[in-house]
Design a protein around this ligand. Structure first.
Ligand code: SF4
Ligand code: SF4
Ligand code: ZN
Length: 286
């Protein structure tokens, strides 16, 4: 198969792909994707982890630090504090028209922290960080930044920028992005000896026994470990576990930087763009 054929195969996939949302909230998305191939699903997974941009603190100017932690450690903690992201307003620094190392209002957000322990020892939380843009703030107010003893101070200015997970994990918009095949389980009654061994061994409690029959209680929880098949004393095995070759369950847990569905949408846009660029390059090579 030549390279052009591979590209066409992948590019045609989205026309047929069917997506069904199983669960969705602010942080989590679980979908069933049908009529898809592993290369497409895995590309989306990798792009979600490494290419979809998110905001993170990238530079810290320490004005006063009389705490026991070094400046670098505090800067590292701030960098790893998940920040809400606005992809429609801000540019990646490398794509911004300002072409400035320091950045401009379209590629940089300034944040400040001015904390002091006046009464006694206290913890400084992410909620005390003040941002020039109220949409670009820490995802949670409850991330501990540092503990200050009485009389200690921490005053700093920080700059958040868009970046990609492939350059630093702090820019990953997801805590988790995984997929698995859609499971298929069959237990024909005529073959089953009713011993319950498969039910007892299943780590995901997929199976249950009802009126001397093995029932599938939670099919989508199955992780295809095959423990139930191994435990079945019958030969050939009475329980059959398989998976659909073109159906996947994809789970995304956002860091809170972006809604999980936006991460997936952005990943598909980036994949489209990468394939277009690749196709252009091939044309030049021909
Ligand atoms: S394959 Fe594993 S998870 Fe799935 S039903 Fe069997 S034991 Fe449970
Ligand atoms: S282990 Fe095999 S024989 Fe025993 S209940 Fe399960 S499927 Fe039936
Ligand atoms: Zn700029």
């Amino acid at each position: 198969m030549n390279r052009t054929v591979i590209i066409l195969t992948i590019m045609e996939c989205p026309k047929q792909v069917k997506i069904e949302v199983l669960e969705k909230d602010e942080m989590n998305l679980r979908v069933v994707i049908r009529e898809a191939e592993v290369p497409l699903i895995n590309a989306l997974r990798r792009i979600a982890l490494a290419e979809v941009p998110s905001m993170a603190i990238d530079e810290v100017v320490m004005i006063e630090n009389s705490s026991i932690l070094q400046d670098e450690i505090i800067a590292h903690r701030l960098g790893l504090t998940p920040m809400k992201t606005d992809l429609d307003t801000y540019n990646l620094p490398e794509d911004c028209e300002c072409h400035s190392e320091f950045g401009c209002s379209l590629c940089r957000v300034t944040l400040t922290l001015d904390a002091e322990a006046k009464e006694g020892t206290r913890t400084v939380y992410s909620g005390e960080i003040v941002s020039e843009n109220t949409n670009i703030v820490p995802v949670s107010d409850k991330v501990p930044i540092i503990k200050l003893a009485k009389g200690q101070k921490l005053k700093l200015e920080a700059y958040a920028r868009l970046g990609k997970g492939k350059n630093h994990a702090k820019w990953q918009p997801v805590c988790m992005c995984v997929y698995k095949y859609y499971p298929q389980i069959e237990v024909p009654i005529k073959d089953c000896g009713d011993c319950e061994k498969c039910v007892a061994i299943c780590p995901k409690k997929v199976l249950a026994m009802k009126e001397n029959k093995v029932e599938i209680r939670d099919l989508l929880a199955c992780n295809l470990c095959m423990d139930c098949v191994d435990a079945c004393p019958k030969e050939p095995k009475a329980i059959k576990v398989d998976w659909e070759k073109n159906a996947f369950i994809m789970s995304i847990e956002s860091s809170g930087a972006l809604p999980p569905e936006r991460v997936l949408q952005q990943a598909t846009k980036i994949l489209d763009k990468q394939l277009e660029d690749f196709q252009e390059q091939l044309k030049v090579e021909e």
